[in-house]
Design a protein around this ligand. Sequence first.
Ligand code: UDX
Length: 445
Amino acid sequence: MAVIAQKCPEIQVTVVDLNEARIQAWNDEDAKNIPIYEPGLSDVVAEARNRNLFFSTDVEKAIDEAEMIFISVNTPTKTYGAGKGMAADLKFIELCARQIAKVSKSDKIVVEKSTLPVRTAEAIKSILNNTGNGVNFQILSNPEFLAEGTAVQDLLNPDRILIGGDPSPEGKEAVEALVEIYSNWVDSSKILTTNLWSSELSKLTANAFLAQRVSSVNAISELCEKTGADVNEVAKAIGMDSRIGSKFLKASVGFGGSCFQKDILNLVYIAKSYGLHEVADYWEQVIIMNDHQKKRFADKIVSTLYNTVSGKKIAFLGWAFKKDTNDTRESAAIYVADDLINEQASLSVFDPKVSESQILSDLNYLNSRAASENRSQVSVLENPYDACKEAHAIAVLTEWDEFKTYDWEKIYNQMQKPAFVFDGRNVLDGKKLTEIGFIYNGIGL
Ligand code: UDX
């Protein structure tokens, strides 16, 4: 919304949320303090805020005044009832639709921005069209393809914009209204319009294909470790095939983030609910492989450290699910940490952007043990040198660029010997570290 506001000064954009503290943070006088860290975002907000970009808790007023409403609430995986652990929980979407239905006095276009299971638009439509107040609603699907850490750039230069709508004349008119907004900065050749269901399914499919590439290369990484092949060389060799392409082939400790796992589980659930068991199993394997990759990383640390990490200190560099974000949702670090704490390791964590309270709350959320135990096993440090001091091993969980620039001699001198490094992102210079004296382990090397 901030980018739309920046690019379309004639459109008034109001972002509303029930959470007062959150809205207050978005209104913080210093735009550097907005609650999401994303390169370039503070500047965009600083430029548009209080010009044509507003943050407010007055939800009803904003609904009443809007001609177009983007629903951007979260759709977490259900933790109860039918589809538990797999289906998307649409409770928040439904509450939004009901509130829009209740408040609206004039015709509106409602845009699904959240990633939703196929045919959600039908449910929204049914709620909106049964208010009996004569207001007409058009529902559009406009999934977001930005990736965190590069969100502003992805929005400014998108590969494509996807807009799904009803094929009726009114539906087409609504699609056109949204096309017009994006046309302010996106070339028309990159704006795709489809029917609603194709648009909804394309978002889940795009994420499933991307995650599948990571799981595929991660599956090969394990084979590389056994055979003496080097996964970086293999990835380069296959990536130069223009039919395959070079992106999304970096072997890692496993993908994380708020989308991949959730969206694939969603796809699996939809397939199952139509009785398509082979389709469901095919996609579920992407998740199974990812869980295996995280587990195998933790197992390797334990087996390399002479089969026990009990009472040993292991330093974690990175906690976020990838670099340039403070988002930790589904980060591989959480699961690796959980396994190592089960093995009675003490962890000392450093991440340039993630806070101590976030790290502890991520671990507590797993419910593996008492919060007090997590607190006693995990310390969070303000600088990487303190985190690594006296450690038996260092595990790199996020590919932050700054890790490459550390004084590795100094880190080595302050560690227990032999000093192990487990590079879950293959970001460090293994050759240089080996020369210093480290025992270096990467993924698929
Ligand atoms: C993803 C999609 O890319 C985006 O289009 C969608 O809108 C939201 O979900 P995001 O979750 O922000 O975006 O991150 P992404 O860059 O896709 O990375 C996901 C995970 O895969 C990260 O944990 C990342 O580290 C990992 N990854 C990615 C790899 O392990 N190897 C790779 O080669 C690429």
